[in-house]
Design a protein around this ligand. Structure first.
Ligand SMILES: *Cc1c(COP(=O)(O)O)cnc(C)c1O
Length: 373
């Protein structure tokens, strides 16, 4: 059994993906070829957003978003401490200060009440100018955007949506990766919409940001290729990756349905015994991960027992980013973010992918129930 089974998906889509790859090999436009433009149009249509701009990976997407907003060394950006390192890293790379704000239990996303406290406190005592909130759609669940957007308006902050795990989710029918002034995603193979290598995309309705982003991803190009008008990056999506993603996007909605059915079955089985992930009313998760917390039974014991039965599990994430070595200079302490710190001690993730067979899920559930009984 695999934690995320990419081969089963490839088997289903093999003929179409192989044909798409061969088309690229035949036309030879490996960088910024026609499939890149086609994918950007399809992504924009899918989300209902004006501009979709692909790039080399989800980390660059965040960095490019910050650069397009002009966020740099005098600025600060609020982020959750419970996320993948790239969220914090992108803020530090542009020279800005990551300011952490604790998550809510069970949704694992930024807690709006804590967020307002963090904003008020930083505006009064912070070292730099607070410019933006970078919210994360952790494990596929969109952050609480109705409340976060209201706070951003109230305090005149920009909003970046780190939708690396969120693509495919929605709130009240509005799709994830459309909530930020700029939103981003990642096409890393294990993400809900993953390719066969690195890739990422940036989404916005703002024409000015879109123009800057298209320049930034190609060395700050101006009117022509060798007229560089700003310092940018080399961050483009390979044409072959775009070709693969076009075929995966075509079946993506069915995959999200399958993920949601698998998640419901897990939750029905475990919700009275463990802390199951909560999806708020009107929210839909893309279920990048199915993560569950065990308050009473040591998770290492559960994971060991699962492993003995050939069932893989993983811990996302074992440490709050405020306690990571790279963030030491920010002087955060143990105890600063209790919800994050408790979660990092008790959470673990079960196999989740759209091709998980019913028999295999039954084996996982039966073994889990036996271990925790
Ligand atoms: C994966 C991930 C990223 C970075 O994406 P890459 O494509 O791996 O660079 C950023 N933020 C979050 C929350 C992620 O899960």
């Amino acid at each position: 059994m695999q934690f995320i089974d990419l081969q089963s998906q490839y088997k289903c889509l093999k003929d179409k993906i192989d044909a798409r790859i061969h088309t690229v090999l035949d036309h030879g436009k490996y960088i910024m070829g026609p499939e890149v433009t086609e994918l950007e149009e399809e992504l924009a249509n899918y989300l209902g957003v004006k501009h979709a701009i692909t790039c080399a990976n989800g980390t660059d997407a965040l960095q490019l978003a910050l650069m397009a907003m002009g966020i740099g060394s005098g600025d600060a950006v609020i982020i959750p401490p419970f996320t993948f390192f790239a969220t914090a890293e992108s803020v530090s790379i542009v020279g800005a200060e990551p300011v952490f704000s604790d998550i809510a239990p069970k949704t694992y996303n930024l807690c709006p009440i804590e967020l307002e406290k963090t904003i008020v406190k930083y505006m009064a005592h912070g070292r730099k100018t607070l410019k933006a909130v970078m919210a994360v759609d952790l494990f596929g669940l969109p952050a609480n955007y109705p409340e976060i957007i209201a706070l951003c308006h109230k305090y005149k902050l920009l909003l970046i949506e780190d939708g690396a795990q969120g693509f495919g989710g929605s709130i009240n029918g509005r799709k994830a990766c459309t909530f930020g002034d700029i939103s981003t995603t990642s096409f890393f193979p294990a993400k809900p919409l993953g390719s066969y290598g690195d890739g990422g995309a940036i989404f916005t309705d703002n024409d000015e940001y879109a123009d800057i982003l298209k320049s930034l991803r190609i060395h700050g190009k101006g009117g022509h290729k060798y007229d560089n008008v700003r310092i940018g990056m080399n961050s483009r999506l390979d044409t072959i990756q775009a070709a693969i993603l076009l075929e995966k996007l075509a079946v993506f909605d069915n995959e999200i349905l399958a993920r949601n059915m698998i998640a419901s079955k897990y939750t029905n089985a475990f919700e009275t015994k463990l802390t199951s992930p909560v999806v708020l009313d009107k929210f839909k998760s893309a279920w990048a991960q199915y993560s569950i917390s065990s308050e009473n039974i040591d998770r290492n014991h559960i994971m060991e027992k699962l492993k003995e039965k050939g069932i893989p599990s993983n811990v996302y994430y074992p440490q709050g980013l405020h306690l990571s070595g790279a963030m030491k200079n920010l002087n955060y302490q143990k105890g600063d973010f209790p919800v994050t710190e408790n979660t990092t001690q008790s959470i673990f993730s079960l196999p989740m992918h759209p091709y998980l067979k019913e028999v295999d899920q039954n084996v996982i559930i039966d073994n889990m129930l036996e271990i925790i009984k």
